[in-house]
Design a protein around this ligand. Structure first.
Ligand SMILES: C[S@@+](CC[C@H](N)C(=O)[O-])C[C@H]1O[C@@H](n2cnc3c(N)ncnc32)[C@H](O)[C@@H]1O
Length: 320
C-alpha cells in the first residue's frame, strides 16, 4: 500500500468514512503524495494522458486566433491579460506571448485582481475535487469512501447537505435517479472569476454534459487514467492515477451568469477550432517550413478536429 493510501485508511479507521471530495483532493493534491504534486510528469507519452494543450503549436495557434478575435471585439486594449487556470506545463505560454500572460497552478500564480482580458481554462474544472451523491426513491445521499478488509470501498453516507441537494436540484433533471458528482469548487471559481474580471471572457474547454444530458450518466462520470488507459476503479492507488469528473456545463453557465459571466457561445471544440481557423489561419497553422513539420501539424489538426473535437466542448462567457 502506498503512503497516501495508508494515510487515508488511517483517517477512515479513526474517524469513519470520508467524503469522496476529501479522497480526490488528497489523491490529486496532497502536498506530499498527490498525483499533481509528485516529481513524475503525468503528461505526454511517458505519462498517463495527453491533453489538447500538448498538441503544439497547432492548438496554441488556433486558440490564440480565437482570443485575438475577443481582444479585437473589446477594442484591442493595451492592458489585455490572459489568465490561464490550471496552466500545468505552461504549454500555452508561447501562444499567448503577445499579451500579458498569467499562468495559475497549484504552486504558482494567482488570479489577478480587477483585470481586463480572458480567463482560459483547459481541463481545469474536471480536475477539481467533487462530492458524490446518489439519488434513489426521492432520497439524496452522499456516497462516501470507507475501508473494507484490504481496499477502499463506497459506503452510503448521510443525507446530502442542503448545498449538495441544491446543486442537484438546480442542474440535474427533476427526475434524476442515480449517481452524480457535485462540483462545489467549480462554483467557487466562477464566483472568483466573476469578481476578478473587470471586463472580458471566460473560455473554458472541458468534457461534460448539460442538464438534459445528465441522464446519460446514471452511474456518474468519474474516471481515472493511468498509462494512457482509462480505469473505472477510482478508489485504487490514490496519488498514482489521475482522477476526473465530467463538468456540468449547465452549472458553469447558470452559476457563471449569477456571477456576472453571461454565456455567449457553447459549442464543440471542433466548431470552435474551425471558426478560429477561418480566413488564413489554417494555412498559417499548417505552414511548418519543412515537409516533416507540415505532416506533424496536419496530424495534430486531425487529432484535434476528429479525435478530441467532438468530445470536448467550449463555453464562452462574457463579463460586460
Ligand atoms: C488536467 S490538468 C490540465 C493542465 C493543462 N491545462 C492542460 O490542458 O494540459 C489540471 C491542472 O489543474 C491544476 N489545478 C487543479 N486545482 C487547482 C487549483 N485549485 N488552483 C490552480 N490549479 C489547479 C492542476 O495542478 C493541473 O495542472
Amino acid at each position: 500500500m502506498n503512503p497516501l493510501a495508508e494515510l487515508l485508511r488511517g483517517e477512515i479507521l479513526r474517524d469513519g468514512p470520508i467524503s469522496f471530495r476529501r479522497f480526490m483532493d488528497a489523491a490529486l493534491y496532497d502536498p506530499e503524495y498527490g498525483y499533481y504534486r509528485r516529481a513524475r510528469d503525468p503528461f505526454g507519452r511517458e505519462g498517463d494522458f495527453y491533453t489538447a494543450e500538448q498538441l503544439q503549436p497547432v492548438f496554441g495557434m488556433l486558440v490564440a486566433a480565437r482570443v485575438r478575435t475577443l481582444w479585437r471585439e473589446m477594442g484591442s486594449p493595451a492592458d489585455f491579460t490572459v489568465v490561464e487556470l490550471g496552466a500545468g506545463r505552461r504549454e500555452m505560454a508561447g501562444a499567448f506571448a503577445e499579451w500579458r500572460y498569467v499562468p495559475v497552478d497549484l504552486t504558482a500564480g494567482s488570479l489577478p485582481e480587477q483585470f481586463r482580458g480572458v480567463v482560459f481554462a483547459n481541463e481545469f474544472f474536471d480536475a477539481l475535487p467533487v462530492h458524490v451523491v446518489t439519488a434513489a426513491e426521492g432520497l439524496l445521499r452522499e456516497l462516501c469512501v470507507g475501508w473494507e478488509t484490504d481496499r477502499f470501498c463506497w459506503v452510503p453516507g448521510p443525507p446530502a447537505t442542503q448545498e449538495l441537494a441544491d446543486y442537484v436540484r438546480r442542474w440535474f433533471p427533476a427526475d434524476f435517479a442515480g449517481t452524480a458528482e457535485v462540483n462545489l469548487e467549480a462554483l467557487r471559481w466562477l464566483e472568483r472569476i466573476g469578481a476578478a474580471l473587470r471586463a472580458g471572457y471566460l473560455l473554458a474547454i472541458d468534457y461534460g454534459y448539460t442538464r438534459a444530458e445528465a441522464a446519460r450518466f446514471p452511474h456518474g462520470t468519474l474516471m481515472s487514467y493511468r498509462r494512457h488507459s482509462a480505469r473505472e476503479n477510482v478508489l485504487e492507488h490514490p496519488g498514482e492515477q489521475d482522477l476526473t469528473a465530467h463538468v456540468s456545463f449547465t452549472a458553469l453557465s447558470e452559476h457563471g451568469a449569477a456571477a456576472g459571466l453571461e454565456t455567449v457561445r457553447f459549442e464543440t471544440l471542433a466548431q470552435m477550432l474551425l471558426s478560429a481557423g477561418e480566413g488564413d489561419q489554417f494555412a498559417e497553422v499548417l505552414a511548418g517550413g519543412t515537409p516533416a513539420e507540415e505532416l506533424r501539424r496536419r496530424l495534430q489538426l486531425k487529432n484535434l478536429l476528429f479525435g478530441m473535437g467532438e468530445t470536448f466542448r467550449v463555453l464562452l462567457a462574457r463579463k460586460a
